[in-house]
Write a protein that binds this ligand. Structure first.
Ligand code: ADP
Ligand code: MG
Length: 333
């Protein structure tokens, strides 16, 4: 299901990104559990290939550090030492966790990187899906609290205060990887590129002089259809939705974005798209805005300089920040 959504989205990206006959080169790799597509314009094939290889390599390296699924990753070691001791980690891990903490503060905990115990309980990563018993949801929920994650940039350590706590960077790591991949491309002489780590997208420069990159936003209920499209240059856009990883039981849709306040899938939105100066920010903010829903989500995004949002609420109504009014192409309502 997830694969299909990603491929459809990339199909839309392709359709939207290639309107001009162009000199761009595009390649995809499967990394961080999803499809990563990089498009480079304005370079010959060999130079573009070298740059793209380095960018894919950077994402692979970050995946090794930030994955939830390995005991040897920084995250695996932090989680294994929960309630026991601080763990020395890489500068990258400190950077992502410090940003995650800032967004947790700003969002009143709607975004919380210590969501791990709930993610494991709901088991969106395994085949057998079921609604966990209330008591178990409550028990996991008490372990989720970003204030109990101490990040020390000076010492380069992270400590989870309580046994059983778990950090999961699913809501921010893909955005961070997109930013780092964009930096790598720049170091390799690229000044026009689009990096898409699934729905976390970073535009480097414009596509061509005076021509922005076009990014289609997946419609949350019509597979393969766009809700609207955005033009971006030197900016990032991320979408969080309830249509990518979910199961339906007794007519209720259970999906992978959890509300730390209830311990259950957040119910206020169908999708949240956020534009921001970095993809780390757009990724985390889109998850937070999704959880908060249209009113609080729009208010949160408006409080962040350079950020804009499009939120589709649970009834399918579309809400946009004032800065985006009239700027989303093809948006019906
Ligand atoms: P996607 O991973 O589909 O791009 P998101 O960026 O919204 O979507 O991230 C969702 C992932 O983030 C979940 O799979 C989970 O790992 C994690 N997550 C779920 N709920 C939250 C939350 N409230 N705060 C932070 N991370 C979350
Ligand atoms: Mg996100």
């Amino acid at each position: 299901m997830r694969m299909t959504a990603v491929v459809l989205m990339l199909g839309l990206l392709t359709a939207a990104g290639c309107r001009e006959t162009d000199d761009s080169h595009r390649r995809s790799q499967y990394l961080m559990g999803t499809v990563v597509t990089i498009t480079v314009a304005g370079l010959d094939r060999d130079d573009a290939d070298r740059a793209m290889n380095a960018a894919f390599e950077e994402i692979r390296r970050l995946e090794g550090i930030l994955t939830f699924f390995s005991e040897d990753s920084d995250l695996g070691r932090i989680n294994a030492a929960a309630g026991e001791r601080p763990v020395g980690v890489s500068a990258e891990t400190i950077e992502v966790l410090a940003e995650a903490r800032r967004i947790s503060d700003r969002s009143g905990g709607a975004f919380d990187a210590t969501i791990g115990p709930l993610v494991s309980l709901w088991g969106f990563e395994v085949k057998e899906r079921f609604v966990p018993p209330k008591e178990e949801i409550e028990r996991a929920r008490t372990l989720v609290n970003w204030r109990n994650m101490a990040v020390d940039p000076e010492l380069g350590t992270v400590r989870l205060e309580r046994r059983g706590m778990k950090v999961d960077l699913g809501g921010i790591a893909k955005g961070y990887a997109a930013d780092r991949a964009a930096e790598t491309l720049r170091k390799h002489g690229v000044s026009r590129a689009l990096v898409a780590v699934a729905g976390d997208i970073r535009a480097v420069g414009e596509k061509a002089v005076g021509v922005a990159w076009h990014v289609g936003i997946q419609h949350p209920r019509e597979p393969g259809a766009v809700l609207g499209s955005l033009k971006i240059a030197d900016r990032s856009v991320s979408t969080s939705g309830d249509y990518e990883r979910y199961f339906i039981k007794d007519d209720v849709r259970y999906h992978h974005i959890l509300d730390p306040a209830t311990g259950r899938p957040a119910a206020a939105s169908r999708s949240a798209t956020v534009l921001a100066p970095t993809t780390t920010l757009s990724d985390a903010l889109s998850t937070a805005a999704f959880v908060l829903g249209p009113e609080k989500g729009i208010a949160l995004v408006r409080s962040v300089p350079g950020a804009e949002a499009i939120i589709v609420d649970r009834e399918g109504r579309v809400h946009v920040t004032p800065g985006l009014a009239g700027k989303v192409e093809g948006l019906a309502s």
